[in-house]
Design a protein around this ligand. Structure first.
Ligand code: NAD
Ligand code: ZN
Ligand code: ZN
Length: 345
């Protein structure tokens, strides 16, 4: 039996610290489950949510968090494929309509009436959260759940984004931004047989990338950065994945692409970047957005982690430290991912 109240971190006004408070434990409606949260990763998207950075804003008060790992604590009516105690994950895609052209073609991440955890519905910075039974991630029983939390967003997003570059085994991928997303991207790319050149503005992040399998690293601040990437990749990367939280990183990364290559945009800093028409046309470049991943992508991303092919580099902090962690992300100081240690199984 779940208690009646729970500890949660809630956003009341954009740009202000989250308030840690006692709130009622929600009840699962038909098709939903109540999840007792054990761990939640803190994604840079949570910063964008809390700061109200994006054109479409969440409605305060709300509880952020979309890398929640937990166990099913109560079942809503009609839920038959999950049982109490099952390990599940609360990911960004909370639910989608299931019948629009995107949903029926296996692109539920593009559904126009989707709900997103920690944004349009309450998320995982709390002792309990609601998941939709048809959309929660199914997790294996015998894994490191703290290290699994970042897979629910950072993992699936980069796994999908790498595939969206269409780079093939043996080819080069340039990954710009080696934070929570990027440090997992390096590992997924290596596990998929790609050669990786990692780009960031912080030496300790580049060192982590080398440790995790990057064949080459380049400091984005180096005036010769583009040339270094072209040299390392013998003429340009077949695929480029941009996770950096900085519009200039997108302009720079365009120059990393080899002719006929594809750049997948994943980072979401507010703003724009200029596209040189001549280069895009003559080099036949593809510039493509990529948003999280479908339930199938998520299952595959989880499987890589369960088999030990990728493992998030994490630091555990209590829920009470969440505002510090958000500030660390704003300042670019977080190495790998911080995972909030919220509950016990
Ligand atoms: P993070 O803060 O952990 O990492 C960002 C990294 O970018 C840091 O390592 C930072 O040093 C680096 N960086 C900053 N400026 C740079 C530059 N000029 N060149 C290269 N690197 C630079 O953030 P995160 O959690 O990895 O999230 C990254 C971005 O991805 C955020 O904007 C987030 O909202 C977005 N995101 C998108 C999706 C999606 O589905 N498209 C999913 C999750 C997160
Ligand atoms: Zn995220
Ligand atoms: Zn839909």
């Amino acid at each position: 039996m779940a208690p009646r109240t729970m500890k949660a971190a809630a956003a009341y006004r954009f740009g202000e610290p989250l308030r840690i408070e006692e709130v009622p434990v929600p009840a699962p409606a038909r098709g939903e489950v109540l999840v007792k949260i054990l761990y939640s990763g803190v994604c840079h998207t949570d910063v964008h949510a809390v700061d109200g950075d994006w054109p479409v804003k969440p409605q305060p008060p709300f509880i952020p968090g979309h890398e929640g790992v937990g166990v099913v604590a109560a079942l809503g009516e009609g839920v038959e494929h999950l049982k109490l105690g099952d390990p599940v994950g609360i990911a960004w895609l909370h639910d989608a309509c299931g019948h629009c052209e995107y949903c029926i073609s296996g692109w539920e991440t593009l559904c126009e009436t989707q709900h997103d955890s920690g944004y349009s519905v309450n998320g995982s910075f709390a002792e309990y959260a609601i998941g939709n039974a048809a959309y929660v991630a199914r997790l294996p029983h015998d894994v490191d759940y703290a290290a699994m939390a970042p897979i629910l967003c950072a993992g699936v997003t980069t796994y999908k984004g790498i595939r969206e570059t269409e780079a093939r085994p043996g080819e080069w991928i340039a990954i710009s931004g080696i934070g929570g997303l990027g440090h997992l991207a390096v590992q997924y790319a290596a596990a998929m047989g790609l050669q990786v050149v990692a780009v960031d503005v912080a030496e300790e992040k580049l060192a982590l990338a080398r440790q995790l399998g990057a064949a080459a690293t380049v400091d984005a601040r180096d005036p010769q950065a583009v040339q270094h990437v072209l040299d390392a990749t013998h003429g340009g990367a077949h695929g480029v994945l941009v996770t950096a939280v900085s519009p200039p990183a997108f302009s720079q990364a365009l120059n990393f692409i080899r002719r006929r290559g594809t750049m997948a945009l994943v980072g979401l800093p507010p703003g724009d970047f200029a596209t040189p028409i001549f280069d895009v046309v003559l080099k036949r470049l593809t510039i493509r957005g990529s948003i999280v991943g479908t339930r199938k992508d998520l299952a595959e991303a989880v499987d890589f982690a369960a088999r030990g092919k990728v493992k998030a580099t994490i630091e555990r902090r209590p829920l009470e430290a969440v505002n510090d962690v958000l500030q660390g992300l704003r300042e670019g100081h977080i190495q790998g991912r911080v995972v909030l240690d919220i509950g016990k199984a």
